[in-house]
Design a binder for this molecule. Structure first.
Ligand SMILES: [Zn+2]
Length: 43
């Protein structure tokens, strides 16, 4: 699972895939990946 954040309202959502729609904004936004499950930072 990854953590995604809405660039518009800052809502954080956990999902395997990038959410297509923000439930708070109620519109399509481009979620940004915030964090990964393993937190590994290679390369
Ligand atoms: Zn939002």
């Amino acid at each position: 699972m990854a953590l995604w954040q809405c660039p518009q309202c800052g809502l954080e959502q956990e999902a395997r895939c990038k959410p297509k729609k923000c439930p708070a904004c109620d519109e399509q936004v481009t979620f940004e990946k915030k964090q990964e499950e393993n937190g590994k930072k290679s390369k």
